[in-house]
Design a protein around this ligand. Structure first.
Ligand SMILES: O=P(O)(O)OC[C@H]1O[C@](O)(CO)[C@@H](O)[C@@H]1O
Length: 189
């Protein structure tokens, strides 16, 4: 017989549309991040400030009702809308887990990339439907839409991972990801 520190979550069947922004079913919290939520992250601060007049949605994170607590494995689908700020692709804020926890991403639609940084070495994993990106413990991670349609991916992570956003503001992410003449252009941070 299992014992639980919190009320147990029942096994569940979760459905979602792979190509459109729609809630998962059953659905949990939905997070919407606009340009104004991405302060201090894009290289061209003036262009970022100009974008605030419109304050467009950059990405949305739709979660299932699995709580972010030890032992659970929450899931979410992130949709990053296409676009750039002075050539720098739309991206998530990026964070380091506050505990040494890994995470798995699965590309669902569109194209993008998973940028990882351990404080010394950046890594870039190109993502597309059918690609699994593995984030080992101790690597900050950010997702980037490098295409011209929404980029969507599933994330599965230990519920007690935690999100440290200040780490990224202090340390950067190793690379910045720009749209270049030959496609994706990774520039030193
Ligand atoms: O927390 P950020 O950096 O805004 O990005 C959201 C990402 O974090 C997660 O919530 C969990 O790592 C992902 O589902 C999502 O892509």
């Amino acid at each position: 017989m299992s014992t639980f520190a919190t009320p147990p979550i029942d096994p569940m069947r979760i459905t979602f549309e792979t190509r459109v922004t729609a809630p998962m079913s059953p659905s949990g919290p939905v997070l919407t991040r606009r340009m104004s939520d991405l302060k201090g992250l894009f290289a061209d601060t003036s262009e970022w400030e100009r974008s605030l007049a419109e304050d467009r949605v950059v990405y949305e994170v739709a979660s299932t009702p699995v709580p972010e607590i030890e032992g659970e494995l929450p899931q979410s689908i992130t949709t990053i809308h296409p676009g750039t700020v002075a050539g720098e692709f739309h991206m998530t804020k990026g964070h380091m887990h506050t505990r040494p926890r890994g995470e798995i991403y699965l590309g669902l639609s569109g194209v993008g990339g998973l940028l990882l940084f351990d404080g010394n070495r950046p890594e870039w994993i190109p993502m597309e439907p059918g690609v699994i990106g593995y984030i080992p413990p101790g690597w900050a991670h950010r997702s980037v839409n490098t295409g011209d349609e929404p980029y969507r991916f599933l994330a599965v992570y230990p519920g007690d991972s935690g999100h440290d956003y200040d780490w990224v503001l202090r340390n950067g992410m190793g690379y910045r990801v720009f749209s270049g003449p030959a496609g994706t252009d990774l520039r030193p941070f």
